[in-house]
Ligand binder design. Structure first.
Ligand SMILES: N[C@@H](CCC(=O)N[C@@H](CS)C(=O)NCC(=O)O)C(=O)O
Length: 220
């Protein structure tokens, strides 16, 4: 039996959650409260770095979302979420890595502003939008006219980049100048795995409040 330790609002967890649902794998979910559950000895025994997601498959434990995705693909290969053609495989990996190495640091100031956790200067925000724009253009070029990065096949590229897609507009990154990305986002949002894992407005508001309280209690 698979056991998935996660938090619904975590984008690092959501890519694993979506993959589990896309592969229709049964799993037991352990929802963690990151206000402290991650520091309990029993969880630190699973992940000494106190991060979610963690997946357990029987007596085997995996940390790091990309390692978990690779494990799921190798252990439960149907439906396949990784292409086998060398170029398609390279494209999938490029999109995965560009998302975590380029998009995530670029959107940090935008995320902060969206969550109401502070406001950087207009120059910082402009620079963040420019850097994120380079990533969006890269995605648009990789996507081309196909429905997904792997053509007809949904791959880990769509899952890793696509779990950010619902937030682009709210981050101040409108997709109107990238019609193919706009269509791709709409296509993903129609998939049951995206609908089942999209946080509700109430969950987001509760998260903002919790974070706000935690930041206030830590002082300046
Ligand atoms: N590289 C890790 C990042 C995991 C990560 O940063 N998880 C965050 C939530 S999004 C976390 O568990 N934070 C709690 C903590 O660090 O105490 C992965 O991809 O799995």
């Amino acid at each position: 039996m698979l056991t998935f330790y996660h938090t619904p609002l975590s984008i690092n967890s959501r890519r694993v959650w979506v993959a589990l649902l896309e592969k229709a794998l049964p799993f037991e979910a352990v929802v963690m409260n990151l206000g402290g559950d991650q520091f309990r000895p029993e969880f630190l025994a699973l992940n000494p770095f106190h991060h979610i997601p963690v997946l357990r498959d029987g007596d085997f434990r995996i940390i790091e979302s990309f390692a978990i995705l690779d494990y799921l693909e190798a252990q439960y290969p149907t439906p396949a979420l990784l292409p086998t053609h060398p170029r398609a495989l390279a494209k999938t990996r490029m999109v995965q890595m560009v998302t975590v190495n380029e998009l995530v640091p670029a959107v940090n100031p935008l995320l902060k502003a969206m969550m109401g956790f502070g406001q950087d200067s207009p120059e910082v925000i402009d620079q963040a939008k420019q850097r994120a724009g380079v990533v969006l253009q890269f995605y648009a070029d990789q996507l081309g006219e196909g429905p997904y990065f792997g053509g007809e096949q949904l791959t880990l590229a769509d899952i890793v980049a696509g779990t950010f897609a619902p937030w682009f507009e709210q981050l101040g990154l409108p997709l109107s100048t990238y019609p193919n990305l706009h269509g791709w986002t709409a296509r993903l949002m129609e998939r049951p795995a995206w609908q089942a894992t999209q946080p509700t407005a109430a969950e987001l508001a509760a998260f903002r409040d919790r974070m706000g309280e935690r930041m206030a209690s830590q002082g300046p």
